[in-house]
Design a protein around this ligand. Structure first.
Ligand SMILES: [Zn+2]
Length: 184
């Protein structure tokens, strides 16, 4: 492969690593001519159906969109990038197993939703709440990106209204603390 820095024709592979699922190989390359180091990825060409969008338009399947949607749902969750890559591979495999030439985008969303359900509750709720509204992976990504400007509210983490009993208990506790302070 050609050096992207000095355009020398020959570069050396100095490290080669295949990912856990065996679906891609990452290679570190070195240019003898200028000393530049860079990375390339080799991936099996995925033959996947065309995606039928909400407005009935067809478009080529885009792996990055699936990764984008999953990553957004998993943001700030303890989930490794490698895990997201693996789920994306699983989603693609399931899509291919349908054996259809075309697939609705909401069906892809549904597959992703089911994968997230087994992975992480918060990521699942985030994805599911937006998916149910939009039923379209693109709408989902747009919505989540828009949300990034506002504080993201997780349905799970929203506290329930504090009960009256609890409030009374808290007041009592504060009084006690004040008393204790007076004593000392
Ligand atoms: Zn070079």
């Amino acid at each position: 492969m050609r050096c992207p820095n000095c355009f020398a024709f020959e570069t050396k592979v100095i490290d080669s690593r295949t990912n856990q699922t065996g679906s891609s190989t990452r290679r570190r390359r070195y240019c003898d001519h200028c000393g530049y180091r860079f990375t390339t990825y080799e991936r099996i060409e995925e033959i996947v159906p065309l995606v039928i969008k909400k407005d009935s338009r067809r478009e080529a399947f885009n792996r990055d969109k699936v990764i984008g949607g999953i990553s957004k749902a998993c943001e700030k969750r303890p989930i490794e990038t490698e895990r997201i890559e693996k789920i994306t591979d699983e989603v693609i495999k399931e899509i291919q197993e349908f054996g259809e030439k075309e697939i609705e985008s909401q069906k892809i969303g549904y597959i992703i939703m089911n994968k997230l359900r087994l992975l992480d509750e918060v990521a699942y709720v985030r994805f599911a709440s937006v998916y149910r509204q939009f039923r379209d992976i693109e709408g989902f990504i747009q919505e989540l990106q828009g949300q990034a400007e506002h504080p993201v509210v997780d349905p799970i983490s929203v506290p329930l209204p504090f009960p009256r009993k609890g409030q009374a208990f808290q007041k009592k506790k504060t009084k006690k603390t004040a008393k204790a302070r007076n004593k000392s």
